[in-house]
Each structure stands twice: as structure tokens, then as C-alpha cells.
Write a protein that binds this ligand. Structure first.
Ligand SMILES: Cc1cc2nc3c(=O)[nH]c(=O)nc-3n(C[C@H](O)[C@H](O)[C@H](O)COP(=O)(O)OP(=O)(O)OC[C@H]3O[C@@H](n4cnc5c(N)ncnc54)[C@H](O)[C@@H]3O)c2cc1C
Length: 271
């Protein structure tokens, strides 16, 4: 199905911290078509500044009282002009939202478990993934790291959906002291013999590379959501290319907006 471009009503803007917010949009058709791991391109302002849309993972699928998809939310981290405008958006604003776009995660089924690994705003694709996994019945675990405890959000949301949380902060203020890949490595070593685990990861590229390495070491498949800077989201501008190995093992460039943002960890060639 081709992506939809809708003037989506901002229903709510929840500020989680001085840098993070969650924007709720009324967008029933996009919500109904979205799969976990897909993204939308948002025109962050009505005029031409900034000119280009910005990509955001679909965070939550919002449902009405009958359970039908009514909208989506996005989790935003303010880093520049586009995300600053989204931080300041107000209920009642309308922003152009294009999507859903990109290749989604594939879901595991029991007895395999889904272990999600999020670094900072890399949490964004995992709320929708958690809800989809509830449909398969696969057990889910979230390894979630940030710089300090103030950078970790939605912990109760995940816990209330039966997700086991393994937290890590670089200053040791919550969970393990250090990088999120450390508790992940410990858990992979300690897992029951024969337990099949698929790793799902989203976060900074060094974290994705480390997760791909752990997946290889421990014999698990991995699905990594890359966040390359992206100009159009539709394959036209070639700004988001990543290097992957094709079936014969030869490296080639592909556009992450079309072939990703989710890639098998074994296919990515790291710079
Ligand atoms: C598929 C995809 C999904 C994404 N999902 C989310 C999400 O759910 N929530 C969220 O907050 N962000 C997400 N991002 C990143 C987000 O799109 C950028 O942070 C945003 O475009 C920055 O726009 P800006 O105008 O605020 O800053 P800009 O002025 O565009 O950028 C400010 C600085 O950040 C750097 N930068 C810009 N984009 C990225 C990027 N993608 N990765 C690393 N550095 C970057 C720039 O080089 C520049 O130095 C996603 C990106 C992709 C490609």
C-alpha cells in the first residue's frame, strides 16, 4: 500500500523532560496501516523552515474505545530545529504526516523470546513492537540504556505489559552502571540452554554494531533499526544509504528508507 500523507491533528503533546516529548496525532489510516519498526516523515512546521520533513518511528498505535486504530504517537528527542518545533507543538495544530514507510520488524513466536535493546531515543520503535508481540504470545524483555535515570521513560508502560526490564545508565543512577550492552551480554551468557532469542535493537550506531557482534557471538538472529539522516524517506534523495552484503556476500549500498530502516544484523557492513 502506498504511504498516506495526512494533515494530522495534534491531540496531545506530553513533555517528558527538557529534551523529550511524546506527540499524539489523530491519523486513523496511518495507524491502521503501521507495523512495528516503520516510520513517518513529519513536516515539522507549516512554512518552509525547516524545508525537509523529519523521520520518526511510530511509537504507539493509539486506539479508540472500541479498539480501532485512531492515531499514532511519536517519541521525540530535541536536537535541532525540526525536533524543537515538535517539542513546542500544541494540541490543535495540524502537521503533515507521511507514512507508514520502511521495512518493519518481523515478529518471533513462542517458544522464542524477543529481547529488545534500546539506547536513548532508540526506545521509539519498541512500544508498537511490544503490543504486536502480545499478539504472538512471545515473551519480551527490554534492555534500555541512557546517560542518567532522567533519560529513561515509559518504564511502567512496558512493565505493565509484562516486559522484563533490564536498565543501564552511564552514571549508575538506575540499573547497571555502564552501557546497555553489558547486561545484555550477561543475560545472553546466562540464558537457559536451547532458549531461542531474537535481538531487536535501535539506538546509536556503535550500540547497533555491538549488538550485531553479540548476536553473532551468541548465535542469535538480530534485527537492527538504523537511523541514518534521511532527506525524503521515499527513495528519491539517496541521503540515507547503508552498506549491506547481498545473498552472495558482496557489499553494496542500499537506501535505508526503502530497504530498512530495519536490517538483519548479519547483512549490515559497518564502516
Ligand atoms: C528511520 C528513522 C527513525 C527515527 N526515529 C526517531 C524517533 O522516533 N525519535 C526521534 O527523536 N528521532 C528519530 N530519528 C532521528 C530524527 O529524525 C532526527 O533527530 C531529526 O531529523 C533531527 O531533526 P532536527 O531538525 O531537529 O535536527 P537537524 O538540524 O536535522 O540535526 C541536528 C544534528 O543532529 C544530527 N542528526 C540529524 N539526524 C540524525 C539522525 N537520524 N541520526 C543521528 N544524527 C542526526 C545532524 O547531523 C545535526 O548535527 C529517526 C531517524 C530515522 C532515520
Amino acid at each position: 500500500m502506498p504511504p498516506l500523507d495526512v494533515p494530522a491533528l495534534v491531540l496531545r503533546n506530553t513533555h517528558l523532560s527538557p529534551d523529550y516529548n511524546v506527540l499524539h496525532f489523530e491519523a486513523p489510516a496511518i495507524a491502521a496501516a503501521s507495523l512495528p519498526g516503520q516510520f513517518v516523515m513529519i513536516r515539522t512546521a507549516a512554512g518552509t523552515d525547516p524545508l525537509l520533513r523529519r523521520p520518526f518511528s511510530v511509537f504507539e498505535i493509539i486506539r479508540d474505545t472500541a479498539g480501532s486504530p485512531a492515531g499514532i504517537s511519536v517519541l521525540c528527542k530535541r536536537i535541532g530545529p525540526g525536533t524543537a518545533r515538535l517539542y513546542d507543538a500544541a494540541a490543535g495544530d495540524r502537521l503533515s504526516v507521511l507514512g507508514p514507510l520502511g521495512r518493519p520488524f518481523s515478529l518471533v513466536s513462542p517458544p522464542a523470546e524477543a529481547w529488545m535493546v534500546a539506547g536513548g531515543v532508540g526506545l521509539a520503535p519498541f512500544a508498537a513492537l511490544t503490543e504486536a508481540l502480545q499478539g504472538t504470545g512471545a515473551r519480551a524483555r527490554l534492555f534500555y540504556g541512557g546517560r542518567t535515570r532522567a533519560d529513561l521513560f515509559y518504564l511502567d508502560w512496558f512493565a505493565s505489559r509484562g516486559v522484563t526490564l533490564d536498565l543501564a545508565t552511564e552514571d549508575g543512577s538506575l540499573g547497571a552502571h555502564g552501557r546497555v550492552t553489558e547486561p545484555l551480554d550477561d543475560a545472553l551468557r546466562a540464558r537457559a540452554p536451547g532458549l531461542a532469542v531474537t535481538l531487536y535493537a535501535c539506538g546509536p550506531e556503535p550500540m547497533l554494531k555491538a549488538v550485531a557482534g553479540l548476536a553473532r557471538t551468541h548465535g542469535c538472529p538480530s534485527q537492527l533499526s538504523t537511523e541514518r539522516v534521511m532527506g525524503c524517506g521515499l527513495g528519491g534523495c539517496y541521503s540515507c544509504v547503508v552498506r549491506v552484503r547481498d545473498a552472495g556476500g558482496t557489499p553494496r549500498f542500499v537506501r535505508s528508507c526503502l530497504n530498512g530502516p530495519v536490517f538483519n544484523g548479519d547483512d549490515l557492513v559497518w564502516e
